[in-house]
Design a protein around this ligand. Structure first.
Ligand code: AMP
Ligand code: ZN
Ligand code: FE
Ligand code: FE
Length: 318
């Protein structure tokens, strides 16, 4: 016989699951997506069409180191009656892992901002080429030309992973990261060395709003706690809380941190297309308040003279 307490706990679980399901089914915001302008599979227009099909009303496009997809996305969004939030994602390396910083509403037409992004993308090209060389040295034969072709826009490791898959060296993108190009593997080459603070300053230099992406993918929650004061000091305004497969428990922890540091809790799927990240487009409930708060903060900065940004000097790559 089940005890009344067990029955109550089970019932509580069912209610929690139903609430979660309803959230999922009524979700209409996704603030973290990628297109072919970086390492996504769908073009900005295709992505917006997919968003429309599933009933999304607000979508942020956050490609890596490029605003190259934003104009096309804005045009598609207008015809499909979706609100497009311009965004970007900057990946930075720290000892023991990576910190990704999202930037919302950057004034991306600013020439100084574009010039820095170009330096970062050019460095991505050289780094991609170097990774291919390291693979070739070990007898893994993929060509840089093919990686470049797959990439179209801003080159990233997922493009190298796809070339490895195509050539039959791996079955999945994840396996390519595990065996060849993940941090610590022989063909891994770091990106242009930016600190998370540099990324925050770069986004702020275009009046954008820096937000810590998928904070639990950092080396750890303890590190996050240690870094938060410095990151907030640098100008961070948000913390991605409703992300991918984060559990309700994760969400609660992150919400508490966001509250403690007065950061806007944001969220999204990190959708890249099938086979890359597990969460489908729009697959994560994001409260409308996140959008409202981001917009209010962006409005305060728009048109103001932003602080200038100076790119740190490049370090010797391996
Ligand atoms: P990059 O900025 O070129 O170093 O590429 C990093 C991107 O690769 C991340 O933003 C993810 O989208 C993707 N990525 C990282 N690790 C994995 C993995 N294990 N499996 C699939 N995609 C990954
Ligand atoms: Zn990506
Ligand atoms: Fe990321
Ligand atoms: Fe992302």
């Amino acid at each position: 016989m089940r005890s009344p307490r067990d029955s109550l706990n089970r019932l509580r679980q069912v209610v929690e699951d139903l609430v979660e399901l309803e959230w999922y089914m009524t979700n209409y915001i996704d603030l973290h997506t990628h297109s072919t302008a970086s390492d996504g599979i769908y073009s900005p227009t295709e992505l917006l069409h997919k968003a429309r099909e599933i009933g999304l009303r607000v979508l942020a496009l956050t490609d890596h180191d490029t605003s190259g997809g934003l104009e096309e996305a804005a045009q598609a969004a207008r015809t499909l009656d979706i609100e497009l939030i311009p965004g970007i994602e900057l990946n930075t390396d720290v000892s023991g892992g990576e910190v990704h910083v999202l930037g919302y509403f950057p004034e991306f037409q600013r020439p100084e901002f574009q010039a820095v992004l170009k330096v970062l993308r050019d460095a991505r090209e050289r780094r991609g080429e170097r990774m291919v060389e390291l693979l070739n040295e070990q007898g893994v034969n993929i060509s840089w030309e093919r990686v470049r072709e797959i990439a179209q826009g801003s080159v990233g490791r997922p493009h190298v992973a796809k070339a490895l898959m195509e050539a039959g060296y791996v079955q999945t993108i994840g396996e390519a990261f595990d065996k060849y190009i993940g941090n610590g593997c022989y063909a891994y080459v770091p990106r242009y060395k930016l600190t998370p603070e540099d990324a925050v300053h770069l986004i702020a230099s275009a009046n954008g709003l820096p937000v810590i992406a998928h904070p639990l993918e950092l080396p750890g929650l303890d590190e996050l706690r240690n870094w938060l004061p410095g990151l907030c000091e640098a100008g961070m305004v948000g913390l991605e809380t409703y992300y991918g497969l984060y559990t309700p428990e994760n969400e609660r922890e992150l919400l508490a941190l966001a509250h403690e540091y007065n950061l806007i809790p944001t969220g999204g799927s990190d959708f890249h297309g099938p086979g890359m990240h597990p969460t489908p487009l729009g697959g994560r409930y994001v409260p409308f308040e996140a959008v409202e708060r981001l917009k209010a903060e962006a409005a305060k900065r728009r048109g103001k003279t932003p602080p200038p940004f100076k790119l740190p000097p490049p370090v010797q790559e391996k």
